[in-house]
Write a protein that binds this ligand. Structure first.
Ligand code: FE2
Ligand code: FE2
Length: 225
């Protein structure tokens, strides 16, 4: 569901025109096709494992409203226009990193050979997506103001992939078991390092803040620090 939702996300971003630069637009054609393929492959795997898939639920109005009042409103606010490409690419780097980390960890934990192969193939593509976004971000973040705008936007708006789609409670039901795995948590916390490295703002830690707010017990041991 989260993979398929990337299509929805892409439409939102098109509304903000954050992807208006040509290389990003060209890459998005490939990116969208691959993300849709991940959705289909994972649905097929789930069905083979006996999961009956429901058709995607309609998003509650409130979430749509929030998305409409955040990115496009920021776009309209004019001053940010030159930096939305940068913010989009940084956001892309973080989300792709989370996707590849999550697939690799699930692959190890499920212990099924065929699924391991499938999840690693998908993770490889997520890694390629991540490299494209991160390299683009480096170019687009050369100005200090681009870095400041990007880090401010992401620090205020960012949530892990799937939270907007499922709602926090459902998201936690699905993903909480993975957070018992300290290796997974410490890999996820690297999101903040990636953001810090790209924007030169090391003190901003949206991933740590999210985990602290949603699952404080997962950080209390300090083992993942
Ligand atoms: Fe994907
Ligand atoms: Fe991806």
């Amino acid at each position: 569901m989260i993979e398929t939702d990337s299509v929805v996300m892409r439409r939102k971003l098109a509304a903000t025109r954050a992807d208006r630069s040509n290389p990003i637009k060209q890459f998005n054609v490939l990116w969208l096709a691959e993300e849709a393929e991940h959705g289909r492959a994972l649905s097929a795997a789930a069905e083979r494992l006996g999961v009956r898939l429901r058709s995607p639920e309609k998003r509650p109005m409130l979430r749509d409203l929030r998305s409409v009042t955040t990115w496009p409103a920021l776009y309209v606010s004019g001053a940010l226009i030159p930096y939305l490409d940068a913010a989009y690419c940084v956001l892309g780097s973080l989300q792709e990193y989370i996707a590849l980390t999550t697939y690799r960890r699930i692959a190890v934990r499920v212990g099924d050979e065929a699924l391991y192969g499938l999840l690693h193939d998908i993770a490889r593509q997520e890694g390629r997506h991540m490299r494209f976004y991160a390299e683009s971000a480096k170019v687009l973040l050369s100005e200090p103001s681009a870095r400041w705008v990007t880090v401010t936007l992401i620090n205020h708006l960012w949530r892990p992939p799937g939270v907007d789609l499922l709602g926090l409670e459902k998201w936690l039901n699905v993903f909480r078991p993975l957070f018992d795995d300290h290796e997974y948590v410490s890999n996820l916390l690297r999101v903040d390092q990636i953001l810090g490295k790209l924007t030169h703002y090391a003190e901003v830690r949206p991933m740590r803040r999210f985990i602290e707010a949603a699952m404080p017990e997962k950080l209390q041991s300090g083992r993942e620090l």
